[in-house]
Design a protein around this ligand. Structure first.
Ligand SMILES: Cc1cc2nc3c(=O)[nH]c(=O)nc-3n(C[C@H](O)[C@H](O)[C@H](O)COP(=O)(O)OP(=O)(O)OC[C@H]3O[C@@H](n4cnc5c(N)ncnc54)[C@H](O)[C@@H]3O)c2cc1C
Length: 449
């Protein structure tokens, strides 16, 4: 980007404008996944919604492709773009809790850690993910599965309203009653409908939970996965958890001579009465001998950040995911075969039952664009090269790997084109089931945790 053009942008914004050659450019262009190495023309760090609108307008007027970055965790790197303009929301992380109304206003660049610590002070929480450094923006716009989802619904089910800067630079509010189509689209449609400068979330009384990881020897894997299949079908909805494969990290509760060996892990989070936690988890202990564990009562932010150190920024990620409706014996065998092979990676082969016959899940289905969520998400860690999403025959919204484009169309006018295919709203029938395309930022084969 030329010096003069960058100066024009700086004049319009309170936040930072960083171009190639500026100190900090290499840091500013980094995203979480070190496989992604893109060189934007400019990275802006807005200070407020006005700055966001200025950046969107600037991108449109100057025909820059635009990428929006929340927490930067997108595995395929949708939070950056070669030669384009990146709106990095990392300066907009404010969280304001309204305990009286059980709500929180969360800026679009906040992480779940920001939210959890702010809401925990009032004994409340809402559904986030399982790692606290993940951005609220991308996770929520893509749905949002986490420990609390079985009881409280996905993250999108807890969004009450959102402020969005649209491609034409307007700042609009989206709720059920105001800009209802936009509100519907952002709850599962990913980052393709505008820049969310703030979310309003519904909060719930969740302060302490009972849980943590248990490690089993690999030979117990089959029993653990089969147990999980039965257990999760009727588990109380305050239970969230999943089996996974885990390379033993150097932590005090693991014998030193077993560090870096693969194990089967069972991660649990019980958000019901603490004194019932051990009773709820007891059947897991009976499945097979527990080799090591770190299970007990803890504040909700602690479980949400328990694995952060295992998933630091700067590792090279190559993910593949799938959705199945049932954890069949064949699926279990596939996990058992491939999970332990991922020897040099962090917990990679994860299986999450993402539904339960609970009232919250029935609500979930009514509220958002993901019409049916009866899938089990299975996430082996290695896979083939991500492909682009194809349009869905069901007419739901799909995302592509490309960010919002701003380009000159035929003639002289300039317009922003969203690289999202929008169809009619799903009515009945599964959209996630058998199809991973509903994720906000994912390619069909690259899913996220
Ligand atoms: C370590 C790790 C753990 C994870 N755990 C979970 C989990 O437990 N549950 C789960 O559901 N997912 C999980 N994920 C997946 C994660 O939700 C997605 O990768 C998500 O898109 C990341 O959001 P982000 O804001 O951090 O990423 P970014 O790369 O910043 O953004 C991802 C996408 O969202 C868009 N976007 C982000 N913020 C905004 C905004 N404010 N307005 C408009 N668009 C925006 C971006 O443009 C991009 O398309 C995990 C990912 C990682 C890397």
């Amino acid at each position: 980007m030329g010096t003069i053009t960058a100066e024009l942008l700086r004049e319009r914004m309170r936040g930072e404008v960083i171009t190639a050659g500026d100190p900090g450019y290499d840091e500013a262009r980094k995203v979480y996944n070190a496989m992604i190495d893109r060189r934007p023309a400019v990275v802006v760090r807005p200070a407020n919604a006005g700055d966001v609108a200025a950046a969107v307008n600037f991108a449109r007027e100057n025909q820059f492709e635009l990428a929006v970055r929340g927490g930067g965790h997108s595995a395929p790197g949708y939070g950056t773009v070669d030669d384009g303009l990146v709106i990095d929301l990392s300066r907009m992380r404010d969280v304001r809790v309204d305990p009286g109304n059980a709500g929180a206003m969360v800026e679009g660049g906040a992480t779940w850690g920001d939210v959890n610590t702010a809401t925990h002070a009032f004994g409340m929480a809402t559904t986030g993910g399982i790692i606290s450094t993940t951005g609220v923006g991308g996770l929520t716009l893509g749905g949002g599965i986490g420990y609390l989802a079985r009881g409280l619904g996905l993250s999108i089910d807890n969004v009450v309203s959102a402020e969005v800067v649209t491609a034409d630079g307007r700042l609009v509010v989206a709720t059920e009653d105001e800009n209802g189509d936009l509100f519907w689209a952002i709850r599962g449609g990913g980052g393709n409908f505008g820049v969310v400068t703030s979310f309003e979330f519904r909060l719930h009384p969740v302060e302490h939970v009972y849980g943590g990881p248990m490690l089993f020897e690999l030979e117990s894997g089959r029993d653990v996965f089969r147990f999980y299949r039965e257990f999760i079908a009727t588990a109380p909805e305050q239970f969230g958890g999943f089996p996974a494969f885990q390379i033993a990290p150097p932590l005090p509760f693991i014998p030193e001579d077993r560090y870096r060996e693969p194990f089967v892990a069972f991660v649990s989070c019980w958000a019901g009465p603490i004194d019932e936690g051990e009773r709820v988890l007891k059947p897991m202990r009976d499945v097979a001998p527990v080799f090591a564990e770190h299970v007990g009562p803890m504040p909700y932010p602690a479980i949400n950040s328990a694995f952060d150190a295992l998933m630091p920024a700067g590792l090279q990620h190559y993910w593949k995911g799938n959705f199945v409706t049932e954890l069949t014996d064949e699926a279990i065998e596939a996990h058992l075969e491939h999970g332990p092979k991922c020897r040099w990676s962090i917990p990679r082969c994860i299986c999450m039952r993402s539904t339960a016959p609970s009232g919250a899940w029935r609500l979930t289905r009514q509220r958002s664009r993901i019409a049916e969520r009866t899938s089990l998400r299975s996430l082996p860690g290695r896979g083939q090269t991500p492909r682009r999403t194809k349009p869905t025959s069901r007419g739901s919204v799909t995302t592509t790997t490309r960010p919002l484009h701003c380009r000159r169309t035929a003639g002289t006018s300039t317009s922003c084109r969203k690289t999202t295919r929008t169809g009619s709203r799903p009515t009945t029938g599964p959209t996630m089931s058998g199809s991973p395309r509903s994720r906000g930022d994912t390619t069909p084969t690259t899913s996220s945790m």
